[in-house]
Design a binder for this molecule. Structure first.
Ligand code: S3P
Length: 175
């Protein structure tokens, strides 16, 4: 059985998969700190994620994201909610793997669209990109990287946040 007070749990998955909600609930349940990487990055540079993409470009955001993952990987016993692109760099995945367990949350493109449609701080899913086709295509491109990184995979479809957390804790204990 894994000692969760020493292991970090990294939540990965597509935008709108439920990482932030699950992380917040888990952190409450386990009484462990929760790190919301996009929030940490935004606070560091005093800009929203959209503004970082707009003014400094995606590569700059990805560099900040890698730095935030490196910092999180030095900690113990934290729930870390990663941005959806955290798996795009292999070194990010290596750092997460070395410091804890990686849990992938999944959902159908239609469900993702329903969850993100009113949010304006996702530069990769803005305006015309807010469609099932676009999400589905982007998900297909990333799927292999998500699945290769994950120690545990949880389908969030038709499940409540507490149900996802229960399943996660069971699977993490066995992983
Ligand atoms: C991104 C996901 C976002 C955020 C940025 C890029 C991505 O985080 O990091 O907009 O590449 O999938 P969420 O998954 O929390 O929306």
């Amino acid at each position: 059985m894994r000692d969760l007070s020493k292991t970090n749990i990294f939540l990965i998955g597509f935008m709108g998969a439920g990482k932030s909600s699950v992380a917040a609930r888990l952190s409450e349940e386990l009484r462990t700190p929760c790190l919301e990487l996009d929030e940490i990055i935004s606070e560091q540079v005093s800009m929203s994620v959209s503004k970082i993409f707009e003014h400094c470009g995606e590569e700059y955001f990805r560099d900040l994201e890698s730095d935030a993952i490196a910092d999180a990987a030095k900690l113990e016993g934290c729930i870390v909610s990663c941005g959806g692109g955290a798996v795009l760099r292999r070194k990010n995945v290596e750092m997460m793997k070395a410091s804890g367990i990686i849990v992938l949350l999944t959902a159908h493109p239609k469900t993702i669209l329903d969850r993100i449609k009113d949010n304006e701080d996702r530069p990769l899913l803005s305006r015309s990109n807010k469609s099932v086709e676009y999400i589905s295509n982007m998900m297909d491109i990333r799927r292999e990287q998500y699945e290769a990184a994950a120690n545990v995979i949880i389908d969030t479809e038709c499940k409540t946040i507490p149900e996802v957390c229960d399943e996660l804790l069971r699977k993490v204990a066995d992983a």
